[in-house]
Design a protein around this ligand. Structure first.
Ligand SMILES: [Fe+2]
Length: 206
């Protein structure tokens, strides 16, 4: 079975400073993300072993571990690419039009996304997602790495609101972290994900 692997970062750990410092980025990628990759592989291996042994007594725990760790791996993979040292500003083109249509403009979108991120109770993410059934973008909170999200959603833009994402630099002042994060958002990456996702018509049909 193919193993999940930790992807290389698209930029150096220090390149998002001063918005997000190198110490956070290095720990976040090389330790936290790595642990999710390892956890997903371990869960997959143990599920494979269960099938060989025909012993599914631990299937609940293993499938929960898989959802959590694979969620962590997926989320961070999107998150690194959602940011860039050349980020910030506002989206253009079809993504801008979609935000205008579905959120009443970029400012309203950004305010809702910020409120969503700051409102997360405990650990989680805020996501701009593409709903493959309704064929539209919307914002939702993701709890831990896998909770509160319907199936058939494609993440376009994600902010990590786990304390490991900001605490070493911003302590408990989450609004400052979110404000700084907007300065590194890679709108080209978000637009590419939007264009890819919006071509998924028919993936989930009524
Ligand atoms: Fe994280």
């Amino acid at each position: 079975m193919d193993q999940y692997t930790l992807p290389d970062m698209p930029y150096d750990y220090g390149e998002l400073a001063p918005h997000i410092n190198a110490e956070i980025m290095e720990l976040h990628h090389s330790k936290h993300h790595k642990a999710y990759v390892d956890g997903a592989n371990t869960a997959m291996d143990k599920l494979s072993e269960s099938r060989v042994q025909r012993d599914f007594s631990t299937v609940n725990m293993l499938e929960k571990n898989l959802a959590f760790n694979l969620g962590g791996h997926l989320n961070h993979t999107v998150f690194w690419n959602n940011m860039s040292p050349d980020g910030g500003g506002e989206p253009e083109g079809a993504l801008k039009t979609a935000l205008d249509t579905h959120f009443g403009g970029f400012d309203a979108f950004r305010e809702q996304f910020t409120a969503s991120a700051l409102g997360i109770q405990g650990s989680g993410w805020s996501i701009l997602a593409w709903d493959t059934l309704g064929q539209r973008p919307y914002i939702c909170q993701l709890y831990d790495h896998q909770g509160n999200l319907p199936t058939g959603q494609v993440p376009l833009l994600m902010i990590d609101m786990w304390e490991h994402a900001f605490y070493l630099q911003y302590r408990n002042v989450k609004p400052d972290y979110v404000k700084a994060w907007w300065e590194v958002v890679n709108w080209q990456d978000v637009a590419a994900r939007f264009e890819g996702a919006s071509r998924t018509q028919g993936l989930i049909t009524p």
